[in-house]
Design a protein around this ligand. Structure first.
Ligand code: HEC
Length: 316
């Protein structure tokens, strides 16, 4: 009889099932803890701060409890001019990012350098701290690491913030919260793919670019350009402002929603923004009754649109 075939089939099925279970259980899988963080990963971790989703510091997603990315041009201790560096400033009480709270996510080399040369272990959340990304050698190779300059150079958060002009302060971390809250990721990705994509959108990210980041905001279903490197191809603040206030000002058939409400109540000169008047003027323009569109108001220094723009323009 033909039972023989069934027996062979059953055995083969057993081997396949057993084999795949063995692979799942015993083959070494990739552990994120073994992936060394890249310089990009360090910069992102330090500028975004602790989780950008819901948190107890920021339950209504207003961008609270985030560090500032400051371009430091003068040494805050001596007052001497220095080559500009990006410092990540955590005021007293600002939650530290995963890279500081849980340094083993950095990978062995970066963790060791950050602890020994960078003195990150000295940083205390309730006192605040200032971090830089520096470079150092570990077992004959060069790696980026986190330097706690509050410990190594006595740069306090207050001193750095007092010495810097407002235009050198970037609300990158708060802006990422805006990006999450406003749902930009429904249309935009932060993930160019390993295809022709990178000819226009730039290089795909690397695994070590994400250590400790939460959430990553990759996006999935792309309906609009990838934004991972948007600041490198489009860094015009004027264009961005018009496009965020009403995308139809620069792209007549854009499907992107307007985000004019992120301007808040007042403009940069503390004057009330008259949204109704703006709409009326815009409709006249769209109907072809006036040549120029109404002017987009300059945003106030502490407005949500500033946070968002600082984040978008940091995507280099
Ligand atoms: C409904 C889909 C949609 C949403 C939601 C959306 N966008 Fe867009 N966005 C677009 C489209 C489409 C474009 C292409 C240009 C255009 O049509 O305006 C674009 C273009 C852009 C650009 C310029 C890209 C380039 O290559 O220069 C930026 C920057 C941008 N969006 C940022 C944002 C941010 C930040 C948010 C969230 C606050 C957002 N967008 C939400 C659809 C969207």
């Amino acid at each position: 009889m033909a039972f023989r075939e069934y027996k062979i089939g059953t055995r083969m099925f057993g081997i396949a099932l057993g084999g795949s279970m063995m692979i799942t259980l015993y083959m070494p899988s990739l552990s994120i803890y073994s992936v060394g963080v890249t310089e990009t990963g360090l910069v992102k971790g330090l500028s975004y701060g602790h989780n950008s989703g819901f948190s107890y510091e920021d339950p209504f997603l207003q961008g609270k409890g985030k560090p500032l990315t400051v371009t430091v041009k003068k040494d805050p201790v001596t007052g001497d001019d220095i080559d500009p560096v990006s410092a990540y400033v955590y005021k007293a009480g600002t939650p530290f990012p995963s890279a500081i709270r849980n340094p083993n996510i950095l990978g062995k080399a970066v963790q060791a350098l950050s602890a020994e040369d960078g003195q990150v272990g000295e940083a205390v959340e309730s006192d605040g701290a200032v971090f830089l990304v520096s470079r150092g050698d570990y077992e004959g190779e060069t790696f980026p690491y986190i330097e706690n300059v509050t410990a190594t150079r006595k740069w306090t958060a207050d001193a750095v913030l007092t010495a810097a002009a407002d235009t050198d302060k970037h609300h990158v971390g708060s802006g990422k919260t805006m990006f999450i809250r406003e749902g930009c990721w429904w249309c935009h990705t932060l993930l160019p793919e390993q295809t022709q994509d990178w000819q226009y959108f730039g290089l795909p990210p690397r695994l070590g670019d994400f250590n400790g980041e939460a959430p990553t905001a990759f996006g999935s279903d792309r309906k609009a350009p990838d934004l991972l490197h948007v600041g490198s191809r489009n860094s015009s603040k004027e264009w961005m402002m018009m496009h965020f206030f009403n995308p139809r000002l620069v792209q007549p058939h854009s499907i992107m929603p307007r985000f004019d409400y992120l301007w808040g109540e007042v403009d940069a000169n503390d004057n009330d923004i008259d949204f109704d008047q703006w709409r009326t003027d815009y409709k006249e323009y769209a109907a072809g009754n006036s040549i120029y569109p109404p002017v987009v108001p300059n945003y106030a220094p502490n407005s949500e649109i500033r946070y968002l723009m600082d984040f978008v323009l940091s995507l280099k």
